[in-house]
Design a protein around this ligand. Structure first.
Ligand SMILES: Nc1ncnc2c1ncn2[C@@H]1O[C@H](COP(=O)(O)OP(=O)(O)O)[C@@H](O)[C@H]1O
Ligand code: SF4
Ligand SMILES: [Mg+2]
Length: 351
């Protein structure tokens, strides 16, 4: 049987020095985030583990409602009031920031060493503040500049990184296009020079051309500055060019974790296969496009076995139990019983 494993590249020794440049900038282990609602407990993030190497980018892909935003918010500890369970470890530079109390987390981590560009952030800039003041805010909050002038200089540097003309610093959000406002939101996340940033659906509210422009900004950032990022998206096609690693999320869990190049060529998990089959290509006409019949399960009392079983054409007896993540020979991790021997999947294997 293949080695069962957590969905993480390496286990890193825990240390207490946030400045240490460990191989993995981020190492999330056994993360849970459940919400209490009138209808029951929502298992939005259910035992998620993954690691991100320093300087690399990773995409988290999955259909709407599968827990991507909740996972990003769990990492940055941006939590709503109705949290029922919030557990796990989250190593930043090898130091477990889940152990920090809220004040320390706010002072040392959030918007300083780690930042999140929220979904629809371009529409949530403060309308009465000049964009220069918004971008400079994290600098001032964290005392990273001696005065306002120096904070503005840093804001101007961040603008250059994302391709916003410096004379836009004095404008108000309503004076900028959607694409420019999204760049401003990204600049705000970069201004403190964080170890990693999480971008939650950074292109979803934009037209095709602007989406492409934003992806170019991210590609350039990846090439030019030493930043690690996590890109959350429901659209697998937007991410193929910039992701080094890919995590496929389904119903609150990561079902496949792999290097992106291999993933986009040959996805392994039955859900990943269907996801990739639904991506339009130049060769395929619309009728040939696959779609995934059915809906993801409710995250209140989700199925006990494999959560994809109801939609999976390969389902067999074992699937009534939850599969662990199996490690393949090429280090990919797949949470599916078809891969319990760790190698190629046999068409008749599950039967
Ligand atoms: N504060 C909350 N209270 C209750 N349920 C929530 C809350 N936030 C998110 N959810 C639910 O958690 C699940 C995952 O949501 P989300 O993380 O937004 O998914 P995604 O970003 O993949 O679309 C969904 O079922 C959503 O309705
Ligand atoms: S574990 Fe079973 S039901 Fe789940 S994806 Fe694999 S074959 Fe399908
Ligand atoms: Mg979301």
């Amino acid at each position: 049987m293949a080695k069962e494993t957590k969905l993480a590249a390496n286990n890193v020794e825990k240390n207490m020095n946030l400045d240490e440049k460990t191989a993995n900038v981020l190492d999330v282990q056994d993360m849970y985030l459940y919400f209490q609602t009138g209808k029951g407990i929502v298992q939005a993030v259910d035992n998620v583990s993954f690691a991100l190497e320093r300087g690399k980018s990773m995409v988290i892909v999955g259909e709407s409602g599968c827990g991507k935003t909740s996972l990003g918010r769990a990492i940055l500890r941006l939590l709503p009031e109705n949290v029922y369970k919030y557990e796990g470890s989250c190593l930043l530079n090898g130091s477990d920031i889940m152990q920090y109390d809220d004040e320390r987390f706010r002072k040392e981590i959030r918007w300083k060493r780690a930042a999140l560009v929220p979904q629809s952030s371009m529409n949530s800039l403060n309308p009465v503040l000049k964009v220069s003041d918004q971008v400079a805010e994290p600098i001032l909050i964290h005392d990273l500049a001696d005065n306002k002038e120096q904070a503005r200089e840093k804001a101007a540097e961040a603008f250059k990184k994302v391709g916003v003309p410096v004379d836009f610093l004095n404008r108000y959000p309503f004076e900028l296009s959607g694409g420019m406002r999204q760049r401003v939101a990204i600049a705000t996340s970069l201004v403190t020079d964080p170890d990693f940033i999480i971008l939650d659906e950074p292109t979803s509210a934009l037209d095709m051309l602007t989406q492409a422009n934003i992806m170019n900004v991210l590609t350039k950032l990846k090439e030019e500055i030493d930043i690690s990022f996590v890109l959350i998206t429901h659209d697998v096609s937007t991410s193929s060019e910039i992701a080094d690693m890919a995590a496929i999320m389904y119903a609150g869990q990561i079902v496949e974790f792999t290097d992106a190049y291999t993933f986009f060529g040959t996805p392994l998990h039955p859900y990943s296969e269907r996801l990739m089959a639904s991506v339009p290509t130049l060769e395929a006409d619309d009728e040939e496009l696959g779609f995934i019949p059915g809906q993801p399960p409710s995250l209140i009392n989700p199925p006990e076995g494999c959560r994809f079983a109801e939609r999976c054409e390969e389902e067999f007896e074992l699937c009534s139990e939850e599969p662990p993540g199996f490690e393949m020979e090429d280090d990919r991790i797949v949470k599916c019983w078809l891969y319990r021997e760790g190698g190629e999947r046999d068409a008749n294997y599950g039967k």
